[in-house]
Design a protein around this ligand. Sequence first.
Ligand SMILES: N[C@@H](CCC(=O)N[C@@H](CS)C(=O)NCC(=O)O)C(=O)O
Length: 225
Amino acid sequence: MGYNDVKLIGAWPSPFVMRARIALNLKSVEYEFLQEKFGVKSELLLKSNPVHKKIPVLIHDDKPICESLVIVQYIDEVWSSGPSILPSDPNDRAIARFWASYLDDKWFPTMREMRDAQGEAKKAAISTVMEGLAYMEEAFVKISKGKEFFGGEKIGYLDIAFGCFLGWLRVNEKMNDLKLLDETKVPNLWKWAENFCADNAVKDVMPATEKLLEIVKIIAKSKAP
Ligand SMILES: N[C@@H](CCC(=O)N[C@@H](CS)C(=O)NCC(=O)O)C(=O)O
């Protein structure tokens, strides 16, 4: 597949964009990375994702595909000769999709709230985030069946869906001076995170915590009156 056939509209700090980049890396697909500028939406983005106007958007042969998890599934189906991303068993696939929607609909939004909340609201958000990590620890033990990843020996759909949030999890740990991914409380998840970040498909797209902290400052500045 040639370089010009695949384009990805995104930005390096975005966890959702990272999902598409990891999936493309896993399938060894070359692509052109079209980075959006902070605070400005390009014409191409607005034309390609007129409903949500969000990144990522994958453009394959001039056809745009929106929503990170839809993109990951699309990549898995189109480049089917590469390593499989979704589990082959329908029940395993359903479980992976269940946890991915839990993470997107409940867990990650609460982690975002944690950053801005104060007092009791912050305490409640932290406890929901920790509860989510305990759920994921239990799910990991069941799903991975003693292997390194949710996907078994290789990174799969749920690894991508969850792992892309690790950079922002570390930012939250730093900003709140607490340990969320605690080796003593969620040991399997802690080890999984190490393995995930060290994987060849991930290590070059996982942003350093310090770089993400700079982005937090830029966002705060842009919101300041
Ligand atoms: N559900 C979407 C979420 C994408 C998303 O929230 N992207 C953010 C960047 S991390 C964005 O484009 N935000 C711009 C905006 O909200 O206007 C997905 O999975 O692709």
